[in-house]
Design a protein around this ligand. Structure first.
Ligand code: HMG
Ligand code: MG
Length: 314
């Protein structure tokens, strides 16, 4: 039997920061064209539920991700409506290079995220460069962001498996996470891009990464392809992780990771955190309304079990 060498009797966090990634990670993968106004309506509903961190879009090439080609319109509208109200809600956007960063700032972005991978093959497929080249590409983003007082989040993909290379070592993940952290990321989000992780592997990974990046600077980002995301999140909470990415109604996937399904559903995460007595500031009923809105638009069964259970009762 597998025995874990890691202390997991830490108290669970009292409060968890939930980062809603559905509008970006979710909608980047949809075949249906989604009008900008539908994205903005979804963002409104997510805000109404109390979510305070909503990834809005990506300033990537529209040739690579046509679903997010309205990045400028989305960010400008957010900026007009919410930034002018001096809201504390953050709307991070993904920026793969300086062109993306500059466009994001011009459109009004006040927080960005860079994204690297722990797998060479995935890095090539996703952003058309090696891991080392990606870190070098991000360097000017970090320095300009610092000058402009713009926080930068760092993603590492394929932390528990790669669609092209299979197993990825925790060592490699820790080294890429550390490079992003040393470059100036305020938080490192560990992405289980294809959802192959399991709870003990999750804990071993967090343990290894936390030797290089402080635990309180680590977030987790699980796709639920193998139905392990809830268990993995609980395993992460037991390690003291208090920052979780999730996607309303389980939208999502990565266009450069074939077969990758949606992120863990935000409704399911909130339900679990409520049950554990962990504060999130999110109203589950209102969140279900947001998820139902986008599922109906996509003419798709809601990907959240919790949302389906609540909707069936009403
Ligand atoms: P490239 O083709 O190597 O770029 O793409 P390039 O520098 O050679 O430029 C080629 C053309 O793209 C030029 O235009 C550039 O101007 C343009 P042309 O002269 O041919 O007309 N270009 C851009 N246009 C708009 N915005 C930009 C930009 N940069 C160049 N920022 C690039 C390199 C990184 C741009 C491309 O590979 C790309 O956009 N990749 C994005 C892939 C992506 O978004 N993947 C999904 C997000 S990652 C993810 O989902 C994982 C995550 O959720 C965590 C997890 O689950 O693991 C975060
Ligand atoms: Mg993802």
């Amino acid at each position: 039997m597998k025995k874990l060498n890691i202390m997991t009797d830490m108290p669970l966090p009292k409060r968890v920061k939930v980062i809603e990634v559905g509008v970006r990670d979710g909608l980047q993968n949809e075949s249906l064209e989604i009008p900008t106004k539908t994205k903005l309506e979804l963002i409104d509903k997510l805000i109404d539920s109390g979510l305070a961190h909503i990834e809005a879009t990506s300033f990537v090439s529209p040739k690579w991700v046509p679903q997010l080609a309205d990045q400028k319109e989305v960010m400008e509208s957010i900026s007009k409506v919410y930034h002018q109200k001096q809201t504390t809600i953050s709307f991070p956007v993904l920026t793969p290079n300086m062109k993306g960063f500059d466009n994001a700032v011009l459109a009004g972005a006040k927080e960005v995220a860079v994204f690297a991978a722990a797998s060479e093959s995935f890095s090539q497929k996703n952003i058309n460069c090696s891991i080392e080249e990606s870190i070098a590409r991000f360097a000017p983003i970090f320095s300009k962001a610092k000058a402009l007082n713009i926080p930068v989040r760092g993603y590492v993909s394929c932390v528990l498996g790669c669609p092209y290379e299979g197993e990825i070592s925790a060592e490699k993940v820790a080294s890429v996470a550390n490079l992003l952290y040393q470059s100036g990321s305020y938080e490192i989000s560990l992405g289980d891009t294809i959802g192959t992780g399991t709870p003990v592997k999750t804990q071993e990974l967090i343990h290894r990464v936390s030797q290089q990046v402080p635990l309180e600077k680590i977030a987790v980002h699980f796709h639920d392809t193998y139905g392990q995301a809830g268990a993995n999140i609980f395993a992460a909470l037991q390690m003291g992780i208090a920052s979780i990415d999730a996607s309303v109604s389980g939208l999502g996937g990565c266009p450069y990771a074939k077969g990758a399904s949606g992120n863990v559903a935000t409704e399911d995460v909130i339900y679990m955190l409520n049950g554990l007595g962990i504060e999130t500031g999110v109203d589950l009923e209102k969140l279900v309304i947001a998820g139902d809105y986008i599922s109906q638009f996509l003419k798709r069964k809601n990907g959240s079990k919790v949302a389906n259970a609540i909707l069936a009762k009403n």
